[in-house]
Design a protein around this ligand. Sequence first.
Ligand SMILES: Nc1ncnc2c1ncn2[C@@H]1O[C@H](COP(=O)(O)OP(=O)(O)OP(=O)(O)O)[C@@H](O)[C@H]1O
Ligand SMILES: [Mg+2]
Length: 262
Amino acid sequence: MLSIRNLEVAYQDVVHVLHGVSLEVERGAVVALLGPNGAGKTTLARAVSGLLPIHDGSVTGGTIAWGDQSLLGLDSRARSAMGIAQVMEGRRIFTSMTVEENLVAGGFTKSARKHLRDRTEDAYAMFPRLAERRKQRAGYLSGGEQQMLAIARALMSGPELLILDEPTLGLAPSVRDYLRGVIADVNSRGTTVLLVEQNADLALDVSFYTYILEAGRVVHDGASSELREDPDIQEFYLGIHDGGRRKMQDVKRYRRRKRWLS
Ligand SMILES: Nc1ncnc2c1ncn2[C@@H]1O[C@H](COP(=O)(O)OP(=O)(O)OP(=O)(O)O)[C@@H](O)[C@H]1O
Ligand SMILES: [Mg+2]
């Protein structure tokens, strides 16, 4: 289980972004982290995968543990050796390399090397579109295909915990639906998933449990099936109330806070 307690994160030691975030991801689950731009979702993902230092960020308080082992003080390489993989925001694949070379690069940890062939075949079975394009330069793939490749590459290390940072951002609805299926599929094969999303529809649909993060704090959490039925969530995140999706910026923060905290 991933267990985060009272996490505080700052950039450049002065920009405080997370203010006491607590969150749990049970092994085998899909947990969603939902929230608007700038809430601190990516920051939390980096804190778990160990990528904060390269962004000049650091954990200034609280704990992060994977099972009974603290992750604090371990670099990203050590965390990936423990089975934690992150697909970064914006699908950072190696654009000048082929699809296959990208996959091989993802499977190049010591423990993954002996599974390279099997996992490459698994990736192609999961993403037939990548199989058709295995010799093609990754930079020429469509946005959706690049996201598939980013996920497939992360899976090459055989992670126990996969962190996905806004995997469907900017993609067409059909591709989004496809990736929703992929997430469920990856999870059904035994990988625990922490899904960072702004798309409430998708996040609440594919996850078991959801945390809502705003301005560096968890403002609401619960079973995803219950959140889907919650009138506040419907109003503010699903836009069901009057036929149109409301922009987060349009919502009066004060009113939302007051209701959730009452
Ligand atoms: N390297 C950095 N240095 C300083 N501030 C940063 C850095 N990275 C992020 N921030 C700030 O931290 C806050 C949270 O950013 P973060 O990227 O975690 O939000 P997010 O929820 O992922 O947003 P989005 O949905 O836009 O991706 C923002 O105010 C952002 O400007
Ligand atoms: Mg982000």
